[in-house]
Write a new protein. Structure first.
Length: 121
């Protein structure tokens, strides 16, 4: 019985520390959205452009096609991951944009301009 009384405060501290850690981990796993428009050199929206989103850590790539208004959307993205995004269509490509895990915005709105030939300088 004496041992149980001595262990009770220790067990309480362990429980409290575990609960605090779990709360902190929950905040760190919030999600973000990246959305925007693909346009050509004349700023006209581009339909059916392929938008590539790369997880820099795992190198996994997810793609979406822009809609008739040039719009795209990636949601459910981890705030703790760096991403790179660019668009391509019919030999044209946009510059690659970075999304840093240090930027805490939950929504990014980007314009990806198809302004140079793929593979060109």
């Amino acid at each position: 019985m004496n041992v149980a009384k001595r262990l009770a405060p220790l067990m309480l501290m362990i429980f409290a520390a575990t609960a605090l850690f779990a709360q902190g981990k929950g905040r760190g796993s919030e999600l973000r959205t990246v959305r925007g428009t693909v346009v050509d050199k004349e700023e006209t929206p581009v339909e059916t452009a392929i938008v590539y989103l790369k997880n820099v850590h795992t190198q996994d790539i997810t793609t979406h096609l822009s809609d008739k208004d040039g719009q795209f959307r990636f949601s459910g993205l981890d705030l703790n991951v760096d991403y790179e995004i660019h668009a391509e269509r019919e030999g044209w490509t946009s510059s690659s944009r970075s999304i840093s895990n240090f930027d805490t915005r939950k929504e990014f709105v980007l314009t990806l301009k198809l302004d140079h030939k793929k593979g060109g300088k």
